[in-house]
Design a binder for this molecule. Structure first.
Ligand code: AMP
Length: 396
């Protein structure tokens, strides 16, 4: 899917009130402190651009899953404070989203000022895709900007409905996400290699299926490898496995054979006697996992074999860690894959979530072409499905 949408740079924003939908869904610790501010940092170019152009900026986002209730654990107040520090401009926090305070703050706002609305998901209308809620949000501003790539696959009031009521364009982050990934998918240079990992096979089968016939190689890693092994008749001990997906996985393997895409499975695997960093662990050949052991990471032979394939690639897409990388003992596979991708010189796209966190943690972010801010949205986009939060924006 390639989009050619207007961005903030294609319209006149001077003196206008601009409602910017951001993805400020940042991870926090038990005390509400932000533990990774990537999503706030990535929103800065659009906000700075609008302020420099003399716009009044009204920010909105969701955070967590308050499910339509005002749960203060999910307030955006810490994000507003963090953002104000980064911007060097005060950010006025509104206690509500479309109520009295938001209406007052947005009517008083002046060019160069910033207001942050409270968590959109405190209102059930957001996730329900309520047109009425979208209309109320639209009433606060003159222009709508969607910069929330991470939420663009959702048909929510603030992502897909609001464009009915305001001129709607994309922000600079959204523009970057859809142009880099769109181009890579439309004209991939070959060899084109996809690395697919993580735990939730069912979430990614659509993406893996869409890569069949398009990619030269699909390297399967992480927890999802065991569903592939089982589908092919292997023994996987007590490794995670999505039994409901076995039929689909078999279909994908057959389809790949007939369409010339080679699916690789790990040749060795690090196994453990319990799901813990303190477990007893060892490395065995893949497919030889004893009953009471579970696969936790790809082994060194797999890292070596996959690195060779990645080194020769011209386009690489990576989604999902190669093992339980949160536990240091089982992070080596993910680290090895991250290094191979960074060293490949290929156009490299990291499809959000945990693989993005791994690349950042290893300090390799600047050595890959693009680290997406969206997990589910990146998967939806890469598999060629429509993103409602982008489709609704004005065409160039
Ligand atoms: P996903 O959200 O599907 O990308 O999955 C990410 C999660 O997969 C991470 O939290 C990893 O710890 C987990 N994961 C990766 N490999 C394995 C494995 N072999 N067994 C269990 N979980 C895994």
């Amino acid at each position: 899917m390639q989009y050619n949408k207007k961005s903030v740079k294609d319209i006149d924003v001077k003196g206008k009130k601009v409602l910017v939908r951001c993805d400020f869904n940042v991870p926090q610790d038990g005390n509400g402190a932000i533990t990774n501010d990537k999503r706030i940092r990535e929103a800065l170019p659009t906000i700075r651009y609008l302020l420099d152009q003399g716009a009044s900026v009204i920010l909105c986002s969701h955070l967590g899953k308050p499910k339509g209730e005002r749960k203060m654990k999910y307030t955006l107040t810490p994000v507003a404070k963090h953002l104000a520090d980064m911007l060097g401009v005060p950010v006025k926090m509104s206690f509500d989203t479309v109520g009295k305070e938001a209406t007052r703050l947005c009517s008083e706002i002046q060019p160069g000022e910033v207001v942050m609305l409270e968590n959109l998901r405190f209102d059930a209308g957001e996730e329900a895709g309520s047109e009425l809620y979208a209309e109320h949000l639209a009433g606060l501003a003159d222009i709508y900007v969607n910069d929330a790539f991470g939420a663009a696959h959702r048909k929510h009031a603030s992502t897909a409905m609001i464009s009915k009521y305001l001129p709607a364009v994309c922000g600079l982050l959204m523009e970057k996400e859809i142009s880099v990934m769109g181009k890579a998918m439309a004209e991939p240079e070959h060899p084109f290699v996809a690395i697919m990992g993580g735990a939730k096979v069912s979430d990614k089968l659509g993406l893996i299926g869409s890569f069949v016939g398009k990619c030269d190689s699909i390297l399967v890693v992480g927890g999802m490898a065991y569903t592939f092994f089982k589908a092919m008749g292997g023994t996987i001990g007590s490794s995670i496995c999505d039994d409901k997906s076995l039929g689909l996985v078999k279909g994908i393997i057959e389809d790949a054979e007939s369409k010339g895409t080679k699916i690789y499975l790990p040749v060795d695997t690090v196994i453990a006697d319990q799901f813990s960093n303190d477990s007893n662990f060892m490395t065995v050949n893949a497919g030889e996992i004893p009953d009471d052991y579970m696969g936790m990471d790809i082994g060194p032979k797999t890292v070596e074999k996959y690195s060779e394939i990645i080194k020769r690639a011209k386009t690489v897409i990576w989604n999902g860690p190669a093992g339980v990388f949160e536990m240091p003992k089982f992070a080596h596979g993910t680290e090895g894959i991250a290094k191979a991708v960074a060293e490949s010189g290929a156009v490299s796209i990291i499809g959000g979530g945990d693989s993005a966190a791994a690349i950042e943690k290893l300090g390799l972010k600047d050595r890959v072409t693009h680290v997406s801010t969206g997990g589910g949205a990146a998967i939806t986009f890469l598999e060629g499905a429509e993103l409602p939060g982008v489709a609704c924006l004005l065409d160039k």
